[in-house]
Every structure is written in structure tokens, then in C-alpha cells.
Design a protein around this ligand. Structure first.
Ligand code: ZN
Length: 277
């Protein structure tokens, strides 16, 4: 069956609610994972449609006590077509925030796992910040990296005008009760994950440490836009070893089908078990 982008969906982690807010999707040529043989995609056809990898785009709303933390801001209201490479259709994040019962003014913190343009899109609309009451938090060195590489693919060039609103996170920083930064540089210099814990329940929002569930089974799959592919892989290996066969829920913004699931082992392999619809 052809892959579909992940839908709006919520999970409870103890007293904390996490909702995936779809913004849109990108359909990428397989070459976005260089050096990945065709037979690999033949094993993962459920993540493809019309011969392309289906990459969901969206963010996560975390509601903890009175805090509303938004993890990543999608691609924004727009389209992108690079012939023979990618088609992006996007623009639903604010609509889905409203479906989740919140307004932009309710958001207390925006945290960027990193600042590629598919994670920063809704930072501002018409030259005005969208989430006017929120702290905006990025990893250390992230703004400096993009300021020096504003012409790079998927750079957040238009959003850098708002860089004076962005604060740098500290590792293990607590953003709200039970919501904590885990710095994980590699995909970009200031890349970070977000760990959610309440009682004995735990979840991890991966950021772009893992782009598609095929990478859980195929450790050699490396993403074209990893700034430091070797370090990104180290984090991927470390995180997967930590997560496998635990009750920890995983939030994966680019996975198709569902943005939530667990990492499990069985039948001699490690694989993704998506949240049942
Ligand atoms: Zn991304």
C-alpha cells in the first residue's frame, strides 16, 4: 500500500499530552539517501508512493501543566518543486494547531530540533512572529551555522531576520515540567532531541536523528543533508540501542503512516512498530 503522510494524532505520556501537527509532506527521490541500494527500497515499499520516499512534515505540541511547547514549525505555507528530486506541499500546521484546541498566542515555548527550513517555516508570517508570547529556543551554534550558510539547501534564510528572538538551549535544559532538551549534534551543529517524562512514562521526539523508519533496519542509510553524517550515525546507533524493546514512545516528525511508535526487536531484526491507528 502506498505511504501516506502522518495524520494529526495524540498520545498521553503520564499527565503530558503530545499531539503531532501535520504541516504537509515532501516526496523525495530515493537519491536523498545516497549510497542506499535499490533493493533496500524494495524492502520498504510501504514508505514510498509512485517511486518516491514519502516524508511527512510537521511539529509536535506538548501540553504539560499550563505550558504549551511547540517542537518544530514545519515548512510553512508554501510549495517547492525541484525536478527529479523533490515536491513539497505544505501549509496546514496552524489549522492543525487549532484542531488541537490551541491558538498561536497560547504557545509558551517554541523549540527547534534544528533550523532546516522544514522545521522553521511558521516562525514568522508577513514579517511578524507567529508565536508572539513564546520563547524561541535553538541548539548552541545553530543560528551561527545558518548565518554562515544561508545559501545552503533547506537553509532557514528568511527566518534568520528573527534571530535576535532565538535563545540557545543548554543540554538537559528543562523547558516545562517533564520536557527536557537532549542535545544531539550531527544532523546539524545545534541539533537536539526533546525528552518527555511523567511518572514512569517517557517519550523522545527524535528531531532528524532518524528520517524514515527504514533507517531503523538499515543502519548504513545516511541522509543527504546530514551536516556531519558520521556523528549523526553515532547518535542514531546510540539512540536506537537505548530505545529498543523499551516502553518509551518515539515521536518522529518525518515518518509516514504515524509519527508515533516504538523501536522493537524480533525475527532477528530491529524495526519500527507504529502506533496502531
Ligand atoms: Zn527535517
Amino acid at each position: 500500500m502506498a505511504a501516506v503522510p502522518a495524520p494529526l494524532e495524540s498520545i498521553d505520556v503520564g499527565d503530558i499530552k503530545i499531539t503531532y501537527l501535520p504541516d504537509g509532506a515532501a516526496n523525495f527521490d530515493y537519491s536523498v539517501f545516497p549510497r542506499t541500494p535499490g533493493e533496500c527500497w524494495a524492502r520498504h515499499v510501504e514508505q514510498t508512493a509512485d517511486g518516491r520516499w514519502v516524508c511527512s512534515i510537521g511539529g509536535f505540541l506538548i501540553e504539560s501543566g499550563g505550558a504549551k511547547v511547540l517542537v518544530d514549525l514545519g515548512f510553512g505555507d508554501g510549495q517547492l518543486e525541484i525536478p527529479d528530486f523533490v515536491t513539497v506541499r505544505s501549509g496546514a500546521l496552524l489549522h492543525n494547531l487549532a484542531r488541537a484546541g490551541a491558538t498561536p498566542g497560547d504557545v509558551t515555548t517554541v523549540v527547534y530540533t534544528h533550523m532546516h527550513s522544514d522545521h522553521t517555516g511558521w516562525t514568522a508570517v508577513d514579517d511578524q512572529l507567529t508565536f508572539t508570547n513564546a520563547r524561541h529556543v535553538a541548539g548552541p551554534g545553530e543560528v551561527a551555522h545558518w548565518s554562515a550558510n544561508a545559501d545552503a539547501p533547506f537553509s532557514p534564510a528568511a527566518q534568520l531576520a528573527f534571530a535576535n528572538h532565538f535563545e540557545e538551549s543548554k543540554d538537559d535544559e528543562v523547558l516545562a515540567p517533564g520536557v527536557q532538551i537532549m542535545q544531539m549534534p550531527g544532523h546539524t551543529p545545534g541539533h537536539q532531541a526533546v525528552v518527555i517524562s511523567s511518572g514512569t512514562d517517557r517519550a523522545v521526539i527524535l528531531g532528524d536523528t532518524i528520517h524514515c523508519s527504514a533507517q531503523i533496519e538499515e543502519p548504513d542509510m545516511t541522509f543527504m543533508f546530514d551536516v556531519d553524517p558520521a556523528r549523526a550515525r553515532e547518535w542514531r546507533d546510540q539512540l536506537l540501542a537505548q530505545l529498543e524493546d523499551t516502553p518509551t514512545m518515539v515521536g518522529a516528525c518525518h515518518f509516514s503512516g504515524s509519527a508515533f511508535g516504538r523501536v522493537v526487536t524480533g525475527h532477528g531484526r530491529r524495526y519500527w512498530s507504529a502506533l496502531a491507528a
